[in-house]
Ligand binder design. Sequence first.
Ligand SMILES: C[S@@+](CC[C@H](N)C(=O)[O-])C[C@H]1O[C@@H](n2cnc3c(N)ncnc32)[C@H](O)[C@@H]1O
Length: 252
Amino acid sequence: MEKKKIKEVVKGRYAQIAKQAQESCCPSCACGSSSLLQAKVIGYSTEDLEHVPEEAIMGLGCGNPTAIADLQAGEVVLDLGSGAGVDVFLAANKVGPTGRVIGVDMTEEMVDKAKSIARDHGYHNVEFRLGEIEKLPVEDESVDAIISNCVINLSPDKSKVFREAYRALKPGGRLTVSDIVSEGALPNEIKSDSNAWACCIGGALEHQEYLREIKESGFENVQVLSSKEFYIEGEGSQALTKLLSITVRAYK
Ligand SMILES: C[S@@+](CC[C@H](N)C(=O)[O-])C[C@H]1O[C@@H](n2cnc3c(N)ncnc32)[C@H](O)[C@@H]1O
């Protein structure tokens, strides 16, 4: 599928979700329709969720990178594909008033929603910027930690995303991302299905390729911190494809 078309479909889907109050995206869309999704893959604790605005919790993620990003008071954090801001608000609670969290998302409706939640709940240490993760609207070497939750799979140019993340991090900075990858190649029918792309499946890279792209962007000490498997069945085919929801850490 053309890169431009993928972006249009993804943007359209998340604009629609942003406009629907309390859409439960992961089961119904982001990680597959209920017929595609074979496992529950989100990992927030009840305690985490009690301390973020409820409107920001849209169930769009596939992990909880903030839980293991070791965020410290005073740090500057960047969230790639921040959606309604759930991880930005979680991170903001961790870095405190002397820190800052920037969320970047290409869908205007998501950015508007996140900004309005921040305003309503009095978050002063967060900022939401409209932009693409392949061309981040942030300065070189300006952030301590980058997080991302179920977004990089949606990008048609993942190596650009990792190179941009590397550029934005300060030396010694860390990247902690939760994402969907496949074990073995995805069937062509899934790779060419725009709905599967928007649902965090069609764009899933093969596991080892994903880690290789991170390393090739300059990152060191690339480690898989957690991995949960689930299966999807291709239409008209009995073959099951194994997908993994992984959380990866890497350092600049
Ligand atoms: C599955 S949602 C995850 C949102 C958020 N991380 C969460 O966990 O709730 C994906 C988000 O990434 C955004 N997105 C997808 N591709 C993007 C890209 N190339 N650049 C910027 N944002 C992107 C979408 O607009 C959407 O808000």
